[in-house]
Design a protein around this ligand. Structure first.
Ligand code: MG
Length: 269
């Protein structure tokens, strides 16, 4: 299937969805406490969707039962919210998607709870920064795997981490998951041209140990095979009609982080 190219009006609808995602993830980050369950966090997100009159991208997606993915410690992605009580020192990854006017936004954050192991903090910091490096590299006129190379080379420059092989980023628009699939590793200069109107979700998933994963018997939760802890960050960004990027799921459009990396964001969206 061809890559969906969005016009400015469609990107503005995606921005509305992206802001719902940004505000909801901020709400979860500000609200999460030791003793809560991941179902409690899912309920916060349900209420947030109602408040903004938005729909969930996740609930019902191939039968997924919840509006967030909540993955704790050695669970890296796709965890189903449950009655597990959040403990001091846990590493929690929350993935969330929203639909406004038929258009999707998708983002994820990892959060350290209470007294965080410095090695877990570094894992999260490396994962988040690799996402920004990937977005900064995904420029108009470049090639898709420029993103992959930027993500991987940043992670590898920071230490020994497992970069998940079977999961990656994706195109996004009138469906949550669209072409192209975006690997978090590989050599740059390959794949489709990056052009205005593309919207891409960039989402590195890394562990402190192996890149190898398995899916639990709930058919969703992805854990590292060596039970090392994982982190996951994601943003949806677009290349605007002026050729400049705009991060649809960041409150400031990615201005602070991308300007630090020498990239100017679009002011059209
Ligand atoms: Mg995604």
């Amino acid at each position: 299937m061809a890559i969906q190219i969005k016009n400015l009006e469609q990107l503005k609808s995606m921005r509305k969805a992206g802001l719902v995602v940004a505000h909801t993830l901020n709400l979860i980050r500000d609200s999460v406490e030791i003793g809560m369950t991941t179902v409690d966090l899912d309920l916060l997100a349900v209420r947030s969707l109602e408040k903004y009159n938005a729909k969930s991208s996740f609930k019902g997606y191939h039968g997924f039962p919840s509006v967030i993915c909540a993955s704790v410690n050695d669970e890296v992605v796709h965890g189903i919210p449950n009655k597990r009580v959040i403990q001091d020192g846990d590493l929690l990854s929350i993935d969330f998607g929203a639909i406004v006017e038929g258009w999707h936004g998708d983002a994820a954050i990892s959060i350290g709870i209470g007294n965080v192991d410095p090695a877990d903090q570094k894992l999260m910091d490396v994962c988040e920064e690799s996402m920004w490096q990937g977005i900064a590299a995904g420029k108009n006129g470049g090639k898709l795997t420029d993103i992959s190379q930027a993500v991987e080379s940043y992670i590898n420059s920071q230490g020994k981490y497992g970069i998940l092989r079977e999961y990656g980023g994706h195109g996004i628009g009138s469906e949550m998951h669209q072409e192209p699939h975006i690997l978090n590793f590989g050599k740059g200069g390959n794949g489709p041209d990056l052009i205005p109107g593309m919207a891409l979700a960039i989402e590195p998933m890394i562990t402190r140990g192996t890149e190898k994963t398995k899916v639990l018997s709930d058919d969703w939760t992805v854990v590292s095979q060596d039970h090392s802890r994982g982190a996951h960050f994601e943003h949806t960004y677009a290349i605007a009609p002026d050729g400049k990027p705009f991060v649809l799921t960041a409150i400031d459009g990615g201005k602070a982080e991308l300007s630090r990396l020498g990239v100017e964001i679009s002011e059209l969206i």
